[in-house]
Design a protein around this ligand. Sequence first.
Ligand code: GDP
Length: 295
Amino acid sequence: MFDNLSDKLDNALHLLKGHGQITEVNVAETLKEVRRALVDADVNYKIAKTFTDTVKEKALGQNVLKTLKPGDLMVKIVKDELTELMGGDAEGLDLSGHPSIILMSGLQGSGKTTFSGKLANFLKKKKAKNPLLVAGDVYRPAAIDQLHVVGEQIDVEVFSDKEEKNPVKISERAIAHAKSNGFDVVIIDTAGRLAIDEVLMKEISSIHHTVKPNETLFVVDAMTGQDAVNTAKAFNDVLDYDGVVLTKLDGDTRGGAAISIKSVVDKPLKFIGTGEKMEALDVFHPSRMADRILG
Ligand code: GDP
């Protein structure tokens, strides 16, 4: 993940580090290379431009050229700004409800069912929670079966009803079941469509309105590049979700979505999926990711 971007940024900043005498011209050249690297990684041009403008402003403000090690300071400014762009401090999940309710949203194939399982597994193993998975995709029996397979793998109960065609009712019954059976987190997997449509948006909004989740997460496939950011925006306009989950970052993705999603929807990226296995989940830490990208 991010290998290409890391290499290009490394090259760009090397340019600066290699110069004995750093001038405004070197800095400008470096920032141009940084901008190009970001755009090549699928970061929207405007975001990349604002990014390098901010770095330049900070560099001027801190009088970088007059410091002892201007190259190192520039790298630090780039790293800090990259962290800021990706969300600043890491944000956790709100698990305060009794039970806490986590609602998944996103397009079909984005990785919602897989992530629901990964999250249940994570909460069980790392947070000593007793989660209940809910099959809210009432249209595809295969989706319900898939969640049961996931549930068995991680030994977590799955609430489903193939006869019930109303996801709001299923969710309500699942929450009642959780309350009377000692589950402290309810994770509701929902139906997706191949593309955004009004019916899907109405359905997810009505589940959201009725169950009042502690956390609504938007799950999106990182491989879709700039489309991931556009879809995130479309869902955010309707759903006002709390956080983003970026899946398939293990694949051949250029990573631009991870970098730019926060600045487009102003919602934190909370988790990243890095494989098909139940353990392939990372909590997203902007500063750690910036370290990883900049090496
Ligand atoms: P849903 O339709 O949104 O519920 O998506 P699924 O959970 O069924 O995932 C769609 C496909 O993506 C499945 O084949 C998953 O195994 C795969 N998948 C999900 N998350 C990841 C990930 O982080 N990395 C990789 N490589 N594949 C993933």
